[in-house]
Ligand binder design. Sequence first.
Ligand SMILES: NC(=O)c1ccc[n+]([C@@H]2O[C@H](COP(=O)([O-])OP(=O)(O)OC[C@H]3O[C@@H](n4cnc5c(N)ncnc54)[C@H](OP(=O)(O)O)[C@@H]3O)[C@@H](O)[C@H]2O)c1
Length: 229
Amino acid sequence: MNILIIGATSGIGRGLWDTYAENDNNVIVLGRRISLLDEMKEMRPTNTTIYSCDITNHQELEPLFKDVFDNAKHIDLAIICAGTGDLNPELLPDIELSTINTNVLGWTIAVDSIYNLFKKQGFGHIVTITSIGGLVGEPNAPAYSATKAYQINYSQALRKKSKKDGISVTEVRPGLVNTAMAKGEGLFWVMPVPKVVRQIKKAITQKKSLVVVTKRWNIISFIMKYFMS
Ligand SMILES: NC(=O)c1ccc[n+]([C@@H]2O[C@H](COP(=O)([O-])OP(=O)(O)OC[C@H]3O[C@@H](n4cnc5c(N)ncnc54)[C@H](OP(=O)(O)O)[C@@H]3O)[C@@H](O)[C@H]2O)c1
């Protein structure tokens, strides 16, 4: 398979690259940190293609993805993992705006560009990585929780739309995962990346519409949805 992972230099995206590249796929990885992209290319040269990309450079995204598709001839699976989020109890505008710029503006252009390229090619599977954090407003990270709520609704909209376009859409909704993104005091049930990656890969293979990872986070998800909003 030709697999595109946006936001693959660390955390969940990197874990997905590792497992897919190990299994003989051609994995095209994107991110801003060029040294990490180079390291990945060096580790698995035959299965890895790298592109430097900052999804906040909105104008560059559409032509970049067109290039990626042209060079690969086709893409089977695209995983949009790139995201950012910081605690911001002081409501500093820079943090809120940078989160919106990445998780809403850049993310939307990335997802839509890929959707349209899949539509043109006649097939494809889009995977979005949202968050349980999008289910309720989080007072210490308002922009993060709000942007993840946006992604949840957007993914649902794409899923409904995709049926007539021959495209599959899977929303992956993680709980806490042991990466740089998991921030704050008193975190619990922080799941190891390999376990999360295994469950994501299984859901992708089964073309699930929505998967909460890890499974135990379904309990928190239920509580958040019905008792905390
Ligand atoms: N960890 C958790 O507890 C948790 C829980 C729920 C949801 N998630 C979601 O999971 C996804 C992956 O996060 P992670 O936990 O794996 O954290 P991470 O290690 O910080 O990974 C974030 C990835 O996104 C990329 N990225 C960030 N901003 C970007 C930009 N402007 N342009 C291109 N790439 C960008 C980063 O690469 P560069 O820095 O190289 O650009 C990195 O590869 C995020 O969407 C996050 O919201 C995480």
